[in-house]
Each structure stands twice: as C-alpha cells, then as structure tokens.
Design a protein around this ligand. Structure first.
Ligand SMILES: *Cc1c(COP(=O)(O)O)cnc(C)c1O
Length: 436
C-alpha cells in the first residue's frame, strides 16, 4: 500500500506545549545529525524500523563500492577489494561483538536468524537422562517456535511432552514463570530478548544466572534488541544467541544474521560443517578434512553474500559512531515521550498500552492494543504514518532512534488523535493477510 503525507490531518497545527517540548528535545539531541545519513521520506512518519530499518547513505555507498569491485576486479575482489571480501564477515563479526557485549571470537556473522537457531540447537540441545525438555514461551516469534518444535522432533521426542511453552499474563511474560520452567527436566531454554508484539524487554542477566544455577543451557533471540539495547552476553554467561541485522541495525532487507556462542562451548564441532567455517589460514589448502576456525567463526557454512554484507558493515559503523549507550538513552526518551502523549491525548479512544512502563522492561517499540487495531494501522498509512500491525490487536510504533525526531512522535499521536476523532479509521480497508 502506498503511503501519503495526509495533509488534511495536519491543518491548523497548534503550537502546543508538547510540540515545543518536542522541538526543545530535538534541538538538544546529541544524535540528531544521524537522521541526515538516512533516506527518510518527506511527510512520511516511519514507525516500522523494528521490522525493517531504513537505508543509510553509508550502506548505499558500501553496496556501490562492492558492485564496483565486482565489476572492476572480479575474483580479485576476495582479497583486493577496498574492503576485501574474504575477511568481511570476520570484520563485521568482531565489530558486532561489541554491540552484544561479547569477545570478538564469540560472534559470527553468517546465515539467517532461524537457520542459525536451528544450527545451534542441533549442537546444544542434546536430551540426556531426565533432561529432555526444550523450554520456550508462547509469545516468541513464530519462526522461533517452529524451530523449537522441529528440534524436539529431531531429537526423537514428542513436542506435546518435551516442548514446554510458558504461558503469558495478558500479553507479557513473567520472569518467575520462565525460571520455574527451567527445572531438572529442562535441557535448553530459548527466549527472545524483546518480545516482538509487546516490546517487553526480558531480564536476560537474571534468566541467564537462573539457568546456570539450574544446569540449563540458555539462548536468546536478540532480533528486536540488537542495535537499540546494550547487551553484556559474556558477563551474563548466556550460552548462545542469534539475531537478524535488518531491524534496528539497518543492514538491509534479509541481510546476513548474527550468532553468539559463549567460549565455554568453543570445543564443539558445528554439526553443519562447511568450508567457510575453516581456519582462514588453511581454507585454500582445500583439505579433505575440516580444520575449524577458532570460536564462533567455525559456525559459518558457505560463502557469504557480499552484496548483503557490505551494507551491514557500513550500518554497523554508524552504530559504533552513535554509541549504543546514547542510542538506548534516546530510544527510552522517545518511547517515554510517546507513552506520555498517548496517555494524555488518546484517552477515551479505546487504546490500551501493551508495553511495560518501566524503562528497564522496555525495548525500542511501543505496542498500542485496540480491538480495531488492524483498521487503525491501515488508516494510519493513508495519513502518512507507517506503523505495523500484529494480530490480534497490536499496533506497533517504533521510533527508531537514529532517524526519528521527537517532533515525529508528536505528529504521530496528533494524526492518530485526529483520525480517531473524525472516525476515519472506520473507512479504511484492512489489507489482506496484513503482514507488512
Ligand atoms: C525478525 C525476527 C526473526 C526473523 O527471522 P529470519 O530467520 O531472519 O526471517 C526471528 N525471530 C525474531 C524474534 C524476530 O524478531
């Protein structure tokens, strides 16, 4: 669906205190200059950076440079390109390690989120004795749930007995419930750092400590937190993690994913061995037996897609420049401002905030729940706001900190209010199979 600026809703914009406050905050925002590095569209309020982050000029230039190297150097690009392809994945991994609080040899940039999760579980989920269970939760992303179920079957077990999905409490998870499920029958637990619908941020440090204490291995899917929330995976003692790089990392649609493997597991030989997991110094000796790279790099399988890695390398550079602590501070300020405006300007229209109020329990987006959510999300697009909708009733608004202004947040709430007042959402058609 195309998105238009919807000028009718912005008629006679009042210069209210909230707008002045938004402008004050934008004027003193230390990250304000980063917005110009991204392709934003005039009049469009992009609130979907938790689904697909925007293209930056840096990432675009990196793709062009990779294309030029392919054109001009062909196979020599592997070692002779300005950013040599042969070691590009290792370079990006070492830089991403800082983003997730890991040692450089604990991170690999390879494959895709779901495939990496399968790969790690294939090695780490080894039911033995009474410890047969794989523990997850009902709110995890569908692809993760499919992987968990498939891995229980792969182990020769019955998901109805050995896949334990902890239930929610009105759309949120309680860490006590998750810990209770990590008992002496549990082998591995997998949760998402930030829940994709509600935006709830789990206490990963606490969960990891509880898992260690109970002899359970624990892994996290960081897809909704990497690039917007700081992590300390090594300090927390997390066993493994996976993430995608196309949400807050802004690496491009379907770009190469990340995986983390704690050093205590580095002796494991990856079950899906491929030549790209070889020790780089030996790879071109073309040995008939596998000599693994040290650490997480061994978990690479195949030749990386360079045209997809190149923009990621540039995107990670932007995150380094901005600094993850400053990004988190701005993100929390944006979501706080959004929640405050929602409370004061949207009361009485049937919305319910689905995101925890406490900053330490909140990721980068805000969930507004409304029985008419699908139509409201569709109508917002007609008026120049790009949110997304997740069934049954969740409208997600993600003010991605590198390119969203406080004034944008104010405008979103203002358009939403005008729309609800004029009942314009009732005229919107819900697009079929609303995936966006
Ligand atoms: C976005 C996301 C994915 C996406 O998986 P792909 O394999 O990259 O398609 C998986 N899990 C979570 C929790 C996500 O947020």
């Amino acid at each position: 669906m195309t998105v238009s600026a919807g000028p009718t809703l912005d008629d006679d914009l009042p210069l209210d205190d909230d707008l002045l406050e938004a402008r004050r905050r934008d004027a003193s925002d230390p990250l304000a200059a980063f917005r110009r590095r991204f392709y934003t569209r005039d009049g469009v309020l992009y609130m979907d950076g938790n689904s697909l982050g925007l293209l930056s000029r840096d990432a675009e230039a990196a793709v062009q440079s990779a294309l030029a190297a392919w054109r001009d150097q062909a196979v020599e690009g592997w070692t002779g390109a300005p950013e040599p392809w042969f070691t590009m994945a290792e370079r990006v991994a070492a830089r991403q390690a800082a983003l997730v609080g890991a040692a450089p040899d604990e991170v690999a940039v390879t494959g895709s989120t779901t495939a990496n999760l399968h790969h790690l579980l294939l090695a780490l989920y080894r039911p033995r004795g009474r410890r047969t269970r794989l523990v997850g939760d009902v709110l995890n992303f569908p692809s993760d749930l499919y992987a968990l179920e498939a891995q229980v079957r792969r182990a020769g077990l019955d998901p109805s007995r050995d896949l334990i999905l902890v239930g929610d409490r009105d759309g949120l998870l309680d860490e006590d419930d998750l810990i209770a499920a990590m008992d002496e029958r549990a082998a591995v637990a997998v949760f998402s750092s930030v829940l994709y619908r509600s935006g709830q941020l789990l206490d990963m440090a606490r969960l990891a400590a509880a898992a260690r204490e109970r002899g359970v291995l624990i892994g996290f899917d960081l897809s909704h937190s990497v690039g917007v929330v700081p992590h300390r995976l090594s300090d927390w003692g997390v066993d493994f993690a996976v993430w995608c790089n196309y949400k807050y990392v802004n690496g491009g649609p379907g770009t190469v994913a990340g995986l983390y493997l704690n050093r205590r597991h580095h002796g494991l030989v990856p079950p899906l061995t491929g030549w790209w997991g070889s020790d780089k110094r030996r790879q071109f000796e073309m040995l008939s037996t596998f000599v693994p790279a040290e650490g997480a790099a061994a978990w690479q399988v195949s030749t990386p897609p360079i045209l997809s890695l190149a923009p990621l390398e540039a995107a990670v550079g932007i995150l380094e420049e901005a600094g993850i602590e400053r990004i988190r501070a701005k993100s929390l300020a944006l979501t706080e401002f959004l929640l405050d405006l929602v409370d004061r300007h949207l009361a009485g229209f049937g919305f319910r905030v689905g995101t925890p109020r406490e900053p330490h329990r909140r990721g980068g987006h805000v969930a507004l729940r409304h029985p008419d959510g699908a139509r409201i999300a569709a109508a917002l697009r007609l008026y120049g706001v790009v949110p997304d909708f997740r069934p049954p009733d969740v409208i997600r608004l993600a003010p991605s900190p590198l390119y969203t202004r406080f004034e944008d947040v104010w405008l979103v709430v203002r358009r939403l209010r005008a729309m609800m007042e004029q009942r314009l959402h009732l005229q919107a058609a819900v697009p079929e199979g609303t995936v966006t």
